[in-house]
Design a protein around this ligand. Structure first.
Ligand SMILES: [Zn+2]
Length: 412
């Protein structure tokens, strides 16, 4: 994996992430495809929306359909027919958020399946192997997501455990990274994603003198998965700093900020994100996990976060909550029953350009499957367009700092 910064606007960065399955422009919002599917939206529509990277959840895929099955079917890319980049989480967060009966030891976590109650075990090693089997372009070290609030002693111990697990994750990754489902294809050379991408990238690199990547330099680095480390440390800036420094010492291709958006006040989240970013290397991608609202993703992009993911746009859509340039809309409300206008007059998505608020309200009220599909497409489109506008603003040095400023920029 390669990461190039093309422009800076104060702390914000405009970058390019080169993965074995294509290029990702950053800052980027990654839609969540929990069980190898972004609920309600087919892959060809995700293509049309310009999604460059999706997130998959190792915990869910491990339980159903199972890692080995996905691996044999070509990894997640082949299985779900997705030709762009994928990031998988380590499974740690779901184990902690969906399992009240989990048992954490030095070795790993024993947990019960939320599907059938069966007992399972994840360790740094098995979570890393599972992610190699799934074959995402970017995979995450196994970590413990510290709950909020937590006693200082508990936060330190949890952070120390995460650091030991990070080291073990990296060790297992280095030993097995060539077991990735698409490794043979790219190592032996027949034209596949890696080759097609390499030639495209080399072409675009030549067009863009800022990158300066020549043929031959690009290929090897984008032919294996990339492993990211996760910074923990709760809401204590000193622990966050220590966690960042010691995680960097272990050495990863990118760094994530985990353990936030778990119930702490939003001002505190922002403070911890800002102070943690100071300790992360400028030349590596920075991923803020599980964040956030449209306002927040704009704010964090401007603090210097490169990657974000959140279930909010897709989950809210299924509950009729829609994000627009004029604020949030609850489409279930009777006031939209006769509203012939588009959902968002500025949004250029296929939903806003075709359907009225009245129709969307009707679909929701009638419990039509199409309601969830259309609502999800609009919300995702709104998030992706918001980030597109953020990137444009960074490129132009426009310092658009809020959602409304970003949406009042002229079209690019
Ligand atoms: Zn729309």
């Amino acid at each position: 994996m390669e990461f190039k910064i093309k422009a800076n606007d104060e702390s914000a960065r405009l970058g390019r992430l080169l993965t074995p399955h294509g290029e990702v422009e950053t800052p980027v919002f990654m839609p969540v495809g929990t069980a190898a599917s972004v609920k309600g939206v087919a892959q060809d529509i995700l293509d049309d929306l310009g999604v460059q990277i999706l997130l998959g959840n190792t915990y869910h895929l491990y339980l159903r359909p199972g890692i080995e099955r996905v691996r044999k079917l070509g990894g997640l890319h082949g299985f779900m027919s997705w030709n762009h980049a994928i990031l998988t989480d380590s499974g740690g967060f779901q184990v902690f958020s969906l399992n009240e009966l989990r048992k954490v030891t030095e070795e790993g976590v024993t947990f019960r399946s939320h599907l059938d109650g069966s007992s399972h075990f994840f360790s740094a090693e098995s979570a890393t192997e599972a992610q190699i089997g799934l074959g995402a372009d970017i995979i995450m070290a196994f970590d413990e997501c510290t709950e909020y609030p937590a006693e200082p002693q508990r936060v330190r111990e949890s952070m120390e455990l995460t650091l030991r697990w990070a080291e073990r994750s990296k060790k297992r990754f280095e030993e097995h990274k060539h077991d990735v489902p698409w490794a043979e294809v790219s190592e032996s050379g027949p034209l596949d994603f890696a080759d097609r991408f390499a030639s495209e990238s080399i072409r675009s690199a030549r067009d863009d003198k800022g990158l300066g990547v020549g043929p031959g330099e690009l290929r090897p680095s984008v032919r294996t998965q990339a492993l990211f480390g996760i910074v923990q440390g709760g809401t204590d800036p000193r622990l966050r700093r220590e966690s960042a420094e010691r995680t960097i010492e272990i050495g990863f291709s990118g760094y994530a900020i985990g353990g936030l958006s778990v119930g702490e006040p939003r001002a505190l989240t922002r403070e911890i994100v800002e102070s943690t970013l100071e300790h992360l290397p400028a030349d590596r991608p920075r991923y803020l996990m599980g964040v956030g609202s449209p306002e927040e993703i704009v704010e964090y992009a401007h603090l210097g976060v490169d990657m974000m993911d959140c279930v909010l746009p897709t989950r809210a859509a299924r509950h009729g909550l829609l994000f627009t340039s004029e604020g949030k809309i609850s489409i279930k409300q009777a006031r939209y029953a006769d509203d012939a206008g588009p959902l968002d007059p500025i949004c250029a998505c296929r939903v806003c350009s075709r359907y009225s608020r009245a129709y969307l309200r009707h679909l929701y009220a009638a419990n039509e499957v199409l309601a969830q599909v259309l609502n999800t497409i609009h919300n995702l489109s709104f998030y992706l367009d918001t980030m597109r506008r953020v990137r444009h603003s960074i490129e132009l040095g426009r310092k658009a700092r809020s959602l409304s400023e970003v949406w009042s920029l002229p079209e690019q």
